[in-house]
Design a binder for this molecule. Structure first.
Ligand code: GLN
Length: 263
């Protein structure tokens, strides 16, 4: 399993979330505390972050995040540490990857989260059993043109392609992720804890792997596991949908199969 973390709020130095905390994402790449599947997250990493300040003239108002990713272990990447040290951002999503058996391994940057499209960043912590056969049960109805844009031959990339398709058809982040979970259920189940952000809101599912959140003085962080021992961390119950904004967090249980997939 992978580990991931997202933040929205007032500008904060990336290192304050990723590298400074005693059990931050870099440490979680080699010594996660709550990981139930896999031991080391050395098959790739990535961080996506949003620009702070007014939009650059001529670029429109939607803030496009920047990304830095790599195919190997994050602890060996000098640039990740350098960027974390100097860049401040109002929102980020970062992840370290442990490739699921049967998926493309640690030689693929394209398989490393966060995945990006327009203002969106996405990551998936989990696995779909029966891959790649399960892909056809999950991706039914998907335009082959969408499939042709798949970032990598992985379950995460397919979940992301479905999410992008749903967002493009006008679904909200919450209803898009709810439908993705319904498809996972419909395809035979699996673990699908996902983070999705547009730089203002974090929408997440807790589905088969750990997730928690914590309020910071001027923002909110959502993560696979606490990056320190602060008592402010709150565990998200499994099978929940979380919506986090700087001014509040909502967690609700959901039963996706009741949504009724029109298959
Ligand atoms: N199954 C996904 C992959 O192989 C995610 C893995 C994970 O959560 N560790 O990339």
């Amino acid at each position: 399993m992978c580990r991931h973390v997202a933040y929205v709020g007032a500008p904060i130095r990336m290192g304050a979330l990723l590298t400074d905390p005693p059990f931050g994402l870099v440490r979680q790449s080699w010594a996660p505390r709550r990981q139930q599947h896999g031991v080391v997250n050395a098959d790739g990493f990535g961080v996506g972050w949003y620009p702070t300040g007014p939009p650059v003239a001529g670029t429109g108002s939607a803030p496009e995040p920047a990304r830095h990713r790599g195919a190997g272990p994050v602890w060996a990447d000098e640039t990740f540490a350098e960027l974390s040290r100097v860049i401040s951002t109002s929102a980020l999503l970062a992840a370290v990857r442990s490739a699921t058996v049967g998926m493309v391994g640690g030689q693929s940057v394209a398989a490393a989260a966060p995945f990006r499209r327009g203002p969106w960043l996405f990551s998936h912590n989990g696995a779909l059993p029966g891959w790649p056969e399960s892909a056809s049960r999950l991706g039914w109805g998907l335009d082959p043109g969408v499939l042709a844009t798949l970032d990598a031959p992985t379950d995460s990339a397919l979940l992301w392609a479905i999410t992008v398709d749903l967002l493009g058809r006008g679904k909200t982040a919450a209803s898009a992720l709810t439908e993705v979970i319904a498809r996972v259920q419909d395809a035979g189940g699996g673990r699908a804890t996902m983070l999705l952000t547009d730089g203002h809101t974090i929408t997440a599912t807790a589905w088969g792997t750990s997730l928690c959140w914590r309020r910071l003085p001027d923002g909110v962080v959502v993560a696979s596991e606490p990056y320190d021992d602060d008592p402010g961390w709150v565990d998200v119950p499994d099978r929940s949908l979380l919506t986090a904004r700087p001014d509040g967090v909502a967690v609700e249980p959901f039963a996706p199969t009741q949504d009724g997939l029109d298959r």
